[in-house]
Design a protein around this ligand. Structure first.
Ligand code: CDP
Length: 231
């Protein structure tokens, strides 16, 4: 069967990675969390003190981009690939609210985007990939056979992310998560390079009131339709 490319974009914490993982598993496709790559670069910048509450040494980060090596390694127990930064598994570390607080600033740097988009395009060159992010349907895979754009109310999104972070033991408040979600949406939508925007040919799904099963079935039927038309 011919393989397609599936691009899933949308606002922060819309559950893109949940649906992307489910679909990739069902189709036996590769799942790539492009946000994890921006988060890993952000973690690097935090650890090297290139970004703090008061300063962002952008030029220093740009000059060190060649020192940042990112890779994905499939974790059989989890059923998806985890991100590695210079050989270290950073899957847990990149999900903190601290990283979320800086990631949109880092992701607005064109040199960072260029580096990551090259890697993303390379991973997807043989198709059979589900990738989620902000610019996948517009910049990374503008020819993707299926593009989905996920939305949900900011409150629903913040609640979901808050529950997720609480469950892993992070000490955070709902208000802080809501603030981060809305701030990131603002920066991601308004940045100059590859802003978050719905691709013209993307199908929008508002999952504010959908259960995980409903969402899965909806996307799976779109996938099936796309595959039928693609044969
Ligand atoms: O928290 P959530 O899962 O919604 O976000 P993410 O997918 O982990 O992405 C984190 C941040 O990385 C976003 O807020 C964007 O600033 C940036 N990003 C991007 O600019 N382009 C992408 N393709 C993916 C993420």
């Amino acid at each position: 069967m011919n393989k397609i490319t599936i691009a899933i974009d949308g606002y922060s914490s819309t559950g893109k990675s949940t649906i992307a993982k489910q679909i990739a598993k069902t189709l036996d496709y590769i799942y790539v969390d492009s946000g994890a790559m921006y988060r890993a670069v952000t973690l690097y910048a935090i650890e090297k003190r290139l970004i703090t509450e008061n300063n962002f040494y952008k030029e220093a980060l740009i000059s060190q981009l060649n020192n940042i090596e990112l890779s994905f390694q499939f974790n059989k127990n989890l059923g998806y690939a985890e991100v590695y930064l210079n050989g270290q598994n950073v899957e847990h570390k990149i999900r903190t609210l601290q990283v979320s607080g800086f990631v949109s600033t880092i992701a607005a740097v064109p040199e960072v985007r260029q580096k990551l988009v090259v890697i993303q395009k390379k991973i997807g060159e043989d198709k059979g990939v589900v990738m989620d992010g902000r610019d996948i349907g517009t910049v990374v895979f503008p020819n993707a056979e299926l593009k989905i754009f996920m939305t949900a109310s900011a409150e629903k999104r913040a609640k979901r992310r808050y529950d997720e972070l609480k469950q892993r033991g992070d000490n955070i408040t709902y208000e802080a998560v809501l603030k981060n979600v809305t701030e990131r949406d603002y920066i991601d939508t308004n940045r100059e390079d590859s802003p978050l925007v719905k691709a013209e040919d993307a199908i929008e799904i508002d999952n504010s009131n959908l259960t995980l099963d409903e969402q899965f079935n909806k996307v799976l039927s779109l996938v099936k339709l796309t595959l039928e038309n693609y044969e």
